[in-house]
Design a protein around this ligand. Structure first.
Ligand code: DLZ
Length: 159
């Protein structure tokens, strides 16, 4: 299982009342994306995040530019995408652009970016990680919890 070794995620122990969190989601593979979005919304509700902004972009390739702009006003960004090798001739390029781009956004802006981009060999793998009924993982929830937790840690440190 890909989540082996992951920490237990419980957004309910966080207090995000004073945070603004932006969620940017790509539009490919809608059943899997709906699960990721649902998990992200659940985590932000559990963490009592005060202000949530949701934005859709066409594909995962567009996530970094939207995340960059949203990070100007948000305390944290959650980026969601689904890329499936079988149906994506340029799989490695799309994955690499999204991964490198989102890392750059985080480092350049100093704002946490929760990485909720699934890179899967098959649709079944995506469904299993999407927090749907019967899924073994809930990657949208995990990405949002990580972004909020990191934003609160940075705020606590005053940096
Ligand atoms: C073009 C493309 C393909 C083939 N597959 C996916 C995918 O599986 N997941 C995804 O999020 N986006 C895909 N895209 C679209 C690109 O991310 C991008 O939106 C287009 O190349 C337009 O810039």
């Amino acid at each position: 299982m890909s989540g082996h070794g992951a920490p237990v995620t419980n957004a309910g122990e966080l207090n995000g009342e004073n945070l603004t969190v932006a969620v940017v989601a790509a539009s490919w593979h809608d059943q899997i994306m709906d699960g990721l979005l649902d998990g992200t919304r659940r985590a932000l509700t559990d963490a009592r995040v005060g202000n949530v902004v949701e934005v859709r972009v066409p594909g995962s390739f567009e996530l970094p530019v939207a995340a960059r702009r949203l990070a100007e006003t948000a305390d944290a960004v959650v980026a969601l995408g689904v890329v499936i090798r079988g149906g994506t001739p340029h799989f490695d390029y799309v994955c690499s652009a999204a991964t490198t781009g989102l890392t750059d956004v985080s480092v350049v802006t100093g704002k946490p970016v929760g990485f909720g981009v699934l890179t899967c060999d098959t649709e079944e793998q995506g469904l299993d990680r999407a927090g749907l009924e019967g899924s073994s993982e809930d990657k949208g929830y995990e990405a949002a919890e990580a972004a909020v937790r990191t934003a609160l840690t940075l705020r606590e440190l005053g940096v």
